[in-house]
Design a protein around this ligand. Structure first.
Ligand code: PGA
Length: 256
């Protein structure tokens, strides 16, 4: 049985004090039943992580970072190493489409980061997804399947807990135009089949695969009703504590 996950990607938003306030509201609003049924993750900017690690201690809300570099240390000005993160958070988002688009992250770099995160004991949330052009051309399933295979090409997966995937069609991110649950399920099913081929069916059945792209409390119930969708990677709606906590509650009820 896969535990659903609702993960908030705060992107480059909030001051430290706003982030602390947001985190506290999320942490203190969620019921014990909800956090027992759903894994809740907040991924704030780097500058917030140590402070929020203190806030998260003893709570069920987990922390994640939004990126990392694949080297352990050295002359890489401006980068953050996996080891620096492993002390203060559990998860790390890897290969978000905004990093692929704006920071030229290739499949090769994503694979190096995934391998290093797993080796360091961080759990990568690996993002894949197609552009609108690829969607319209009809080649979105092979495109996403290739991204999944590439992401896992440099690592060995020792347990299903070690990683999470997020299918985020680029055309749905921040647009208010979420994919339909059926469209998301079609691709996420293909991702699970691919994982079966890469790491074996037993692991593949236990790996969480999230949907991301304009997910809200209005549509999360429909995504959770699909057999292969295990939750959401939430951007804009994760900055509103009431919407985000409502999404956690709805996900908990859907699998309760
Ligand atoms: P969105 O972002 O929910 O604002 O569409 C999702 C993401 O980029 O992870």
């Amino acid at each position: 049985m896969r535990t659903p996950m609702i993960a908030g990607n705060w992107k480059m938003n909030t001051s430290v004090s706003e982030g602390v306030a947001l985190f506290r509201t999320i942490r203190d609003t969620l019921s014990e039943e909800a956090v027992a049924a759903v894994e809740v993750v907040c991924c704030p900017p780097f500058t917030h992580v140590p402070t929020l690690a203190t806030e998260a201690a003893g709570s069920s809300v987990m922390l994640g970072a939004q990126n990392m570099y694949f080297e352990d240390k050295g002359a890489y000005t401006g980068e953050i190493s996996p080891g620096m993160l492993a002390d203060v958070c559990t998860y790390v988002i890897i290969g978000h489409s905004e990093r692929r688009q704006f920071f030229n992250e290739s499949d090769e770099i994503v694979a190096l980061k995934v391998a290093k995160a797993i080796k360091t004991g961080l759990r990568p949330i690996i993002c894949v997804g197609e552009s609108l052009d690829i969607r319209n051309a009809g080649s979105y399933v092979p495109h996403v399947v290739a991204q999944v295979k590439a992401a896992l090409s440099k690592c060995s997966v020792a347990s299903a807990d070690a990683l999470v995937f997020a299918y985020e069609p680029i055309w749905a991110i921040g647009t208010g135009l979420a994919a339909s649950a059926g469209k998301a399920q079609e691709v996420i099913y293909a991702i699970r089949q691919t994982l079966g081929a890469c790491v074996g069916d037993a692991y593949a059945q236990d790996i969480r695969i999230l949907y991301g792209g304009s997910s809200t409390d209005e549509n999360i119930g429909r995504f959770m009703a699909e057999s292969d969708i295990d939750g959401a990677l939430v951007g804009g709606a994760s900055l509103k504590a009431d919407t985000f906590t409502a999404m956690v509650r709805i996900a908990a009820e859907a699998r309760g």
